[in-house]
Design a protein around this ligand. Structure first.
Ligand code: SAM
Length: 298
């Protein structure tokens, strides 16, 4: 039986990542500090300086990610002086120059976003999840995130036109094409690039936690069991927590020791489950557990 490793490391990810070899991680999924926000808790970076701050860190991410791996960056630009700041757009361009392919953009629709009223805009109900890769050939396990077909299929697939019966290729070489008749009689479909997850407010000890469903979706899509997942801005350890539950190895890095402690506590939960589960089967288990290593769940 293989063990699952979960490491929480304290420090600036720029320095901590230097310890890791090239081409090591299968997936990087993270939500970095957003420009200027949360400056009271963990130091905001000025929007105008964000790209300059991010690039040395993404250079390390580029090095440690495998060539068939994926980097998912959850980020959203704030409004400054009445307009949306462009630092995320500038970051995308800079990352492309650094060698990343900007493969896809997912929208995280926050199903339960906070009600409010502003004079010049509506409430912000979505964030970007930008997908970057090192190569066009990356691992993707699409069947792992399929969704029920839904009621629309009953009507849409009842009567098929001539176009529906043949593959309808994209006219602009986008790689998209469809053969509607392929979906007759199926229960499950591939999802869209809009993800509907509610924010989770239960974690009172960190101000910017993302819901478990978010890293979970990307971990299922881009990794398999025993692969390595990295969150270089780990916060309360959501990515590490989910990775453990899905039997993936993971590393979480955070600059603040109190967040690392929080993350350690979260992953310790699995250690207890391990002991409870094993108690039923093993009467003389003498193996000492470090808290970062456990046997795989099935
Ligand atoms: C948006 S929060 C991440 C929250 C996380 N996704 C969760 O679910 O708890 C960003 C985190 O990045 C950490 N951070 C900021 N600068 C960092 C750096 N240079 N290296 C590592 N962590 C950093 C902050 O302390 C903060 O916890």
């Amino acid at each position: 039986m293989k063990t699952i490793e979960t490491k929480i490391e304290n420090g600036d990810c720029l320095n901590i990542l230097k310890k890791y070899p090239d081409n090591f991680f299968n997936l990087i999924v993270t939500s970095p500090p957003y420009a200027d926000s949360r400056s009271k808790t963990y130091g905001g970076i000025k929007p105008n300086e964000y790209v300059e701050w991010f690039l040395p860190r993404s250079e390390e991410l580029l090095r440690v990610l495998r060539s068939d791996g994926t980097f998912v960056l959850n980020i959203k630009e704030k409004a400054v002086n009445g307009e949306r700041h462009t630092y995320v757009l500038e970051l995308i361009l800079a990352l492309r120059k650094q060698g990343w392919l900007w493969t896809e953009e997912f929208v995280w629709h926050k199903k339960n976003c906070f009600p409010g009223k502003w004079p010049n805009r509506f409430r912000d109900a979505w964030e970007r999840c930008l997908q970057f890769n090192k190569s066009n050939k990356f691992n993707m396990y699409q069947e792992e995130v399929m969704v029920p077909m839904g009621d629309w299929a009953k009507n849409r697939l009842k009567k098929l036109s001539n176009t529906d019966l043949n593959r309808d290729e994209s006219k602009v070489n986008s790689g998209f094409g469809k053969n509607v008749s392929n979906w007759v009689g199926r229960d499950m479909a591939y999802p869209t690039n809009v993800l509907h997850f509610a924010t989770e407010c239960y974690n009172k000890n960190h101000s910017a936690v993302f819901p478990k469903a978010l890293p979970e979706w990307f971990i299922k899509l881009f990794t398999k069991k025993h692969d390595w997942v990295l969150d270089p801005f780990a916060g309360s350890g959501t990515t590490a927590d989910v990775s453990q539950g899905l039997n993936r190895n993971s590393v979480g890095i955070d600059i603040l020791p109190e967040y690392c402690q929080l993350a350690q506590k979260r992953i310790a939960h699995y250690q207890y489950r391990l002991f409870e589960d094993e108690a039923q089967y093993e009467s003389n288990n003498t193996e000492a557990d470090s808290g970062i290593c456990r046997r795989e769940y099935t």
